[in-house]
Design a protein around this ligand. Structure first.
Ligand code: 15L
Length: 269
């Protein structure tokens, strides 16, 4: 597949671009910054929040053959102001979806987040795809809104759009919470490839974690889309030190983002 990956120079993007290329996909990178040194991908520099810039990238790409999908990974990975979050996650997603419709690109795979449902208490039981939106931050609010846009474009334009509610994407888990929420690099690539290739998902949600022994987020929605995680955070458990904040981080899906200690900026900061 020919795939445009946004945020291709970011921490997710650097892993996913290489993993998809290794699996035979034709990857085109898009980022605010130049391609990382040594990268061999076709590359575009643009701000995904700038609809005209995004349209120009799609116009340029249309001369090089059909684009099969967009993997949207760009965006701030933490809590900033509400306008900042909406720009980073909602305005960018809208610009990409508009360009996809204009150029008949049929599929979006989106790096959504567990923080869209981050205020869901652990006491509610296993976290399923039917959990209602329950963000823990403005970051989570923006992920909810971006998912809503995906649903809208799936319904209105017949696009396929898979929202991957990612847990903790890192080389290895470093906290007790991450023993439940870890998404390994290899499983991250497996997840994105499944979301790219599963037949006709329309709008779908999956939880992006590895097959963690301590996991409590439902893996079935992902498995239905062909995402079969193979890694397990448990193999790192004996390297992880207990911390006083572990107990409070265990109370909600969003861990530290959902705790009272997490200081949110005011609306416009
Ligand atoms: C995310 O979505 C964030 O981008 C990242 O900073 C972590 O907070 C991660 O989730 C997580 O929940 O561990």
């Amino acid at each position: 597949m020919r795939v445009l990956v946004t945020g291709a120079a970011g921490s997710l993007g650097r892993v996913i671009t290489v993993g998809l290329a290794d699996r035979g996909h034709d990857v085109v990178g898009l980022d605010l910054v130049p391609a990382p040194e040594g990268s061999t991908f076709a590359w575009h520099e643009a701000d995904c929040a700038d609809a005209d810039a995004v349209a120009a990238v799609f116009a340029a790409l249309s001369t090089g053959g059909r684009l099969d999908a967009v993997v949207h990974l760009a965006g701030v990975p933490e809590e900033v102001s509400l306008p900042g979050e909406l720009t980073s996650h909602v305005i960018t997603t809208a610009a990409l979806l508009d360009a996809m419709v204009a150029h008949r690109v049929p599929r979006l795979v989106y790096a959504s987040s567990n923080h869209a449902v981050g205020r869901t208490p652990r006491a509610a039981g296993e976290l399923t795809e039917h959990a209602l939106p329950r963000p823990d931050t403005y970051y989570g609010v923006a992920k909810v809104a971006a998912e809503a846009l995906m649903q809208l474009f799936a319904d209105r334009h017949g696009l396929d759009a898979v929202a991957c509610r990612i847990g903790s994407f890192m080389e290895e888990p470093t906290t007790v919470r991450a023993l439940s929420t870890w998404l390994s690099y290899e499983d991250g690539v497996r997840m994105v490839e499944a979301a790219l290739t599963t037949p006709a998902p329309a709008f779908a949600v999956l939880y992006g974690i590895s097959a963690n022994t301590r996991g409590w987020w439902d893996l079935e929605p992902g498995r239905r889309l062909g995402y079969e995680p193979l890694d397990d955070a448990e193999e790192f458990a004996d390297r992880i030190e207990d911390r006083p904040e572990d107990a409070v981080e265990a109370e909600f899906v969003g861990g530290p983002f959902a705790t009272a200690e997490f200081h949110r900026p005011a609306l416009g900061d």
